[in-house]
Design a protein around this ligand. Sequence first.
Ligand SMILES: *Cc1c(COP(=O)(O)O)cnc(C)c1O
Length: 418
Amino acid sequence: MNDDGPRYSYPVTSTDSSGVLVRAEIDVAALQANAAVLAKRLAPARLKCVVKANAYGHGIDIVAPALFAAGWRDFCVATINEALHLRELLGDDVTITAWLYGPTTDLDAAVAAGIELGVSTVDSLERLRDAARRTNTTARLHLKVDTGLGRNGLAPADWKRALVKLKTLDARTESDGADASATTPELEIVGIMSHYAVADEPERVETAQQTQVFDSAHRELSAVLDGAQGRLGEPERLEVHIANSPAALTLSPFPGTSARVGLSLYGLSPLGDQTSQDLGLVPAMRLVSQVINLKDIPTGHGASYGLTFTAAADTRFALVPGGYGDGIARSASNKAEVSIRGTRYPVVGRIAMDQMIVEVGAGDVAIGDEVVIFGPDGPSAAEWGEWAETINYEIVTRISERVDRVEIEPRPADGAGL
Ligand SMILES: *Cc1c(COP(=O)(O)O)cnc(C)c1O
């Protein structure tokens, strides 16, 4: 799969790449190495690869096949549309879990495609049962319990109601004369899941409290499944998952039988006090542009809209394609840095929709030079997060459709030759 050249995650209208100014190079070998590092850390719990939001901006059409090629078979996304796309991309030999849908979302296609779905409302249990009936398949479900995040998931009262509803649905199955061993069950509870709120702050007590709530919900669900004697799934086969990247990297003992890992798969650190390198991870995205104009600037000259920067001395400006139309944060204006020929230079003035100005002064810079906006050999996505007053998650995920994602060959570890 690696020898059919660069692949793009979005349709390209021109085959002439000379017009491409900003590229996100995706280091597939880094992705695969990160997955191996994380899986080793998690074992015996299993790695679920989170590839929602276009694989955190990296391009799902590059990322998912690369992980598949390295042997990974367990994927998570948020929405059903993402899940169906992934099913088409990877085929039937993978487990795909999705958890975000609304009261009018058509669930039939997802159930028919064997997508495993998170259940966060009592009503969706019946809707999923109906979808299973219509499509003549089993709906495979992960009950999602809100253990304190307050976002999605069944809150405590709804959790109790969901368990009662499950028993009701099972009683109907029983009275229909269905025999678990002879007919296809409509619902199979394959997992229980939750999500941490502060796992990136290891000193906080809420994480252990959430684990406790989760453990007790797990016991209650197991009792209900035991009572249904296999008609709703096997309690000892339940997949138990609450951990995200920060939890996977910090918690010991590790809670659950698997972890849903996103950010750190892409080689980024979810922890404020540890870098990618500290964690043995390699950033998989390198966002690059080029110098397309270079000009001498006299003292007192301004830069970009609002003239919020004024040259304090005679200097040179390099014009670099890349702006908020590419998903580069305007809020990093006058704070960000980029790297050219291994040297850091400041972004001066406001970042515009398509372009930014970099003050290169007397630096060794020529038209056509590559500009590393962020990546392993330039500023990190975490630094951009600080400059833009956000987090590295958002820095990579917001990279827009105009930027071409290109799969690259592994680069030398020391960055030589760049
Ligand atoms: C996005 C998401 C994850 C992955 O989180 P990371 O911190 O990127 O590892 C896991 N679970 C749920 C429910 C999510 O929404």
